[in-house]
Design a protein around this ligand. Structure first.
Ligand code: FAD
Ligand code: NAD
Length: 367
């Protein structure tokens, strides 16, 4: 049950109901919120427990039940956005009438602060693994049919593996395959696949193990986390992306979303910091995009280039930034996203403040 204090502090509590036909059971969540979409709900059915977590601002509304009867593996989720209604459709294993939905498990029918819900994991299968640069790979994981989960733009998940008897967990930011769609048939048909671009550190704890997995092996994937808000794109005119190394990963979905969904957008510029030319992730795809979409430009800055490199050199600096961060109009609305190694990001934020960009104009991706 929702306690009085939480109900007073947070959004008004959702409620749920259920109904059935011969073959289906539908659970309906009334969120009492309008800005609900398919990213807002995470559903799992595993080890005989059914769990649906609906994210409403900084809170989670949990449905958590031991179902009274068996269901088939696959489930589906629909959202009626304008009334904030979520429908989860389960398929009965046997066409019998259910007298009750199930018995309550931990936190069932409660609205709790998101930070108190803990991370939930489901086992995902490795579908493919492809080299992208000499030390980065694109991993494709498949969600189980009994899970509904979409990772929102700008958010990351945790991957978990058991390494010599100990569970190890590290954060990774899913990418979309939109930059690859020209060279490949799009395979992202039903949101069952999650793509990760991951750099393998030979002396690292986690990534060599990940690299050693075989196709068909399992990795646990957590619920998404992160504080990027799509509302930061509202009325946006200039988007500047400062990425270093694999700090490029959050920029992939951001780039795709901004170029497709923000009508006010005039310019998107990516400044991509790497050590050497062969470290640049998806270089030819980025160049193709720049050629195809005149709003997009990419510039590379290398910290350890060969003598043949004619482009920009060095680390992030006031000179590089002041030249790069030119608004397309005097007062245009800007957003600067920055991600990379911690010293890079920290230094970048300091320089951006020195250049008089406000807090609202900067989004940094950190742990
Ligand atoms: P670690 O064991 O952490 O080692 C990394 C490197 O540091 C190795 O070269 C290792 O030899 C060296 N090292 C370790 N300890 C020391 C030490 N004490 N002194 C000196 N050197 C040391 N990475 C991606 O590739 N893709 C992503 O999409 C991605 N998303 C992320 C999202 C978030 C929010 C965050 C915080 C990080 C993200 N990362 C991402 C980084 C990722 O989480 C891991 O940190 C990274 O994969 C390294 O893990 P590892 O265990 O293999 O290496
Ligand atoms: P890297 O070592 O290849 O370095 C790439 C570039 O970063 C360098 O060329 C340089 O320009 C800059 N850089 C590196 N160290 C710097 C320093 N001390 N000061 C200033 N600039 C510096 O990078 P990598 O191995 O690909 O590492 C990427 C980093 O991004 C990792 O630390 C990872 O954790 C982080 N990351 C964070 C997120 C997030 O959401 N928070 C997402 C993805 C990656």
């Amino acid at each position: 049950q929702v306690t009085d204090t939480l109900a007073k502090e947070g959004p008004s509590s959702p409620s749920y109901d259920w109904f059935q036909t011969d073959s289906l059971v539908t659970i309906v969540i009334y969120t009492k919120q309008k800005d609900i979409n398919l990213d807002s709900v995470i559903v799992d059915h595993q080890d005989d427990s059914f769990r649906a977590e609906t994210i409403i601002k900084d809170y989670s509304y949990i449905i958590h039940l031991g179902l009274s009867h068996e269901i088939q593996e696959d489930l589906s989720v629909r959202v009626v956005e304008n009334v904030g209604k979520i429908e989860i459709v389960l398929k009965k294993k046997e066409n019998t009438s259910w007298k009750r939905l199930g018995h309550p498990l931990e936190n069932h029918n409660s609205l709790i602060p998101k930070k108190d819900t803990g991370l939930h994991y489901r086992k995902c299968q490795l579908i493919s693994k492809e080299g992208v640069t000499h030390d980065t790979k694109l991993f494709c994981l498949m969600l189980p049919p009994s899970t509904h989960l979409q990772v929102p733009i700008g958010q990351h998940v945790y991957l978990k593996l058991t390494i010599t008897g100990t569970e190890i967990v590290k954060p990774y930011t899913p990418v979309s395959d939109f930059l690859l769609s020209e060279v490949k048939e799009p395979v992202l048909v039903n949101n069952k696949y999650i793509y990760f671009l991951i750099k393998i550190y030979p002396a690292g704890l986690f990534t060599p193990e990940l690299d050693h997995l075989h196709i068909g092996d399992f990795v646990s994937v957590s619920n998404p986390e992160g504080n990027f808000k799509i509302s930061q794109f509202q009325e946006l005119e200039d988007l500047f992306l400062l990425a270093a190394g694999t700090g490029f990963t959050p920029m992939v979905k951001i780039l795709n979303y901004a170029l497709t969904n923000i009508p006010s957008l005039r310019k998107v510029k990516l400044m991509f910091f790497n050590k050497a030319e062969d470290d640049i992730i998806w270089r030819s795809q980025l160049e193709k995009l720049a050629f195809k979409d005149k709003r997009f430009d990419v510039e590379y800055v290398l910290s350890a280039p060969t003598s043949e490199w004619n482009g920009k050199r060095g680390h992030i600096s006031p000179a590089l930034l002041s030249e790069f961060l030119k608004r397309s109009l005097d007062k245009s609305k800007v957003l600067i996203c920055i991600c990379g190694p911690t010293p890079f990001t920290e230094q970048g934020i300091r320089l951006l403040h020195d250049l008089n960009f406000s807090k609202d104009e900067i989004h940094s991706f950190t742990a």
